[in-house]
Design a binder for this molecule. Sequence first.
Ligand SMILES: [Ca+2]
Ligand SMILES: [Ca+2]
Length: 134
Amino acid sequence: MTENPVQLSLNTALIDFTDPNFPTNGNGAQYSLGNRMALRCGDLNQDGRIIIQGPGNDILKLFTTILYHPNNTSLHASFIAKGYFEADANLDGKAIFAGKGNEKAVLYIATKEVFITPPFGVIPEMYVLLQQIP
Ligand SMILES: [Ca+2]
Ligand SMILES: [Ca+2]
């Protein structure tokens, strides 16, 4: 989300969230991907929080999306759900629980720098990132 409201029109200047100097709302809304920025993702169950493990975690939403997909008749955790899913953390059109490109890895990458920099300094076993909407 932008730091300040932006009126959209045909003449609106480009909004580039990958620009490290582009101001966003709240603390830690973006994370670094090399020399570009990305908006933090991971609220797969859309409850306003990103939780990797523990009660209310977002990984469960990913797991149930895969396990209960109508085409996953063998209930394989490695099944890839193709299409538009809330559990698709990186918005590549696939929800993946296990294997290359899985969403769990996306969540870890999108959240880890919050906890390896002060004041945390270490990655705790359980943590919650709260949604920030003005
Ligand atoms: Ca969540
Ligand atoms: Ca994905």
